[in-house]
Design a protein around this ligand. Sequence first.
Ligand code: C5P
Length: 405
Amino acid sequence: MSDPIGLLSGKRIVLGVTGGIAAYKAAELTRLLGKAGATVDVVMTEAATHFVSAVTFQALSGRNVWSSLWDADQRGMAHIDLTRGEGGADAVLVAPATADFLARLVHGMANDLLTTLCLARDCPLLVAPAMNRQMWEQPATKRNIAQLESDGVAILGPAEGEQACGEVGEGRMLEAQEIFDALVAFLQPKPLAGKKVLLTAGPTFEALDPVRGLTNASSGKMGFALARACAEAGAEVTVVAGPVSEKSQPWRYARRIDVVSALEMRDAVLASLPGQDVFIAVAAVADYRPVRAFEHKIKKGEETLKLELVANPDILAQVAARPDAPFCVGFAAESRNLAEYAEAKRKAKKLPLVVGNLVQDGLGGDTNQVTLFDDTGAHPLPAADKLNVARGIVSHIARLMKCPQ
Ligand code: C5P
C-alpha cells in the first residue's frame, strides 16, 4: 500500500515462524520488514523448518536465524536476549501462527524457543493465525483466540478464501503486505484512543440522466489515508465515501458508508454525527447539482443544451454551525492564493483547522504537500506520500485537541 521505506527504521522485530504452509509468505514479510528499516530476528519452530529453510530467512534478514533453545549464543540465553534488554524487540510477530502454536501460547508453555521467548518477553505480541477452516472453526481454537485476545495478544486475520488443502473458508493467513501494514499501524502512537472520527472522502456524482452526471477528479486517496491514520492513532473511524475507485479494495480501518450525491452524503453525515469527537471533511463535494435529473437518457438534438443547477448544501458548514459540533477540520484545495483562500474559508465556516493544498500538488496523485491553518498561523508539512501527510495532520489535530501524545 504505502512506500515501506523508513516506516520501521530503528525498530527491532522478532518474527516467529511456525509450521504451516503459509510459512512461505513469512519470507516476503521478512523482506518487507527489512525494506522498511526494521532489524528482523527470525525464530523458527522445528516444524517451520520443514516448510522453508532457515537459509532463506538468513539471506532475507541478513541475520542469524534461531530455532532451538540449545542454539549456542554468547550467553546461552537466546530466549531472553532476543526480546529484552538494551536493543530489545519492539514487537514479537508470529506469522504464520498454527493452531498448535496458539494452543501452546494460551497455556504459557515453554517447550521450544519461540514459546519460551513469548513467555519471557516484555514487548507486545501479534499473531497471524493460519490453518484449515475446520481447525479455525473448532470451539477449542475459538476459545484459544478469545483467551489470547483477553491476554492482550493482537490477532491479525485470518482471511477467507481458497486454502492449500483445496477447501474454501476462513483460516488462511493474511498476505504479507496486510500483516506488514497491521504491524506498522500497531506501532503508531495512539493520541486519538477512545475518540470517534467521522470523515467524508472522494467526489460526489450529481446525476443528469441515468448515465451522465457532474463530478470531479477527486480520487478519495487523501480521505482514505486520513481514515487509516486516524484508525492507527486509536480512533473509531467512520468514512462516508463518494464514488471512488478504492471501492473494491479491502477495508479494514473503518466503518464505510458509500454514497453517490452530495445530498446523500449530507444525510449520511448527519445520521452518523451523534457521539463523534472529530469531523474531517475531505470530500470534494460538488457545489451544484442539476435542478432535476432526467428519467431517460438525454438525446442529442439542439445546438445548445441549457442545464439549470442549484447549490448543494455545504455539509461542513452545517456540521460546524451546530451547537454540539465536533472538532471540525476542512480542506481547501485551491489553484492559487492558497493562504488567503484557506484562511477565508476557515473564518467563514468557523473551523479550528483547515488543511490547504494546491490542486496541482495533490488531486488524484499519491503524494501531497499541505499547509495547516489554525488560530496560531500557517504550518507547512513536508511533501510526502498521502499516508505520511495524513499522519502529520492527525498528530496536529491531536495537539489542538490537547489529547495526550
Ligand atoms: O468552500 P469549499 O467547497 O472550497 O470548502 C471545502 C471544504 O468544505 C472541504 O473540507 C469540503 O469537504 C467541504 N465541503 C462540504 N460540503 C460542500 C462543499 C464543501 O462539506 N457542499
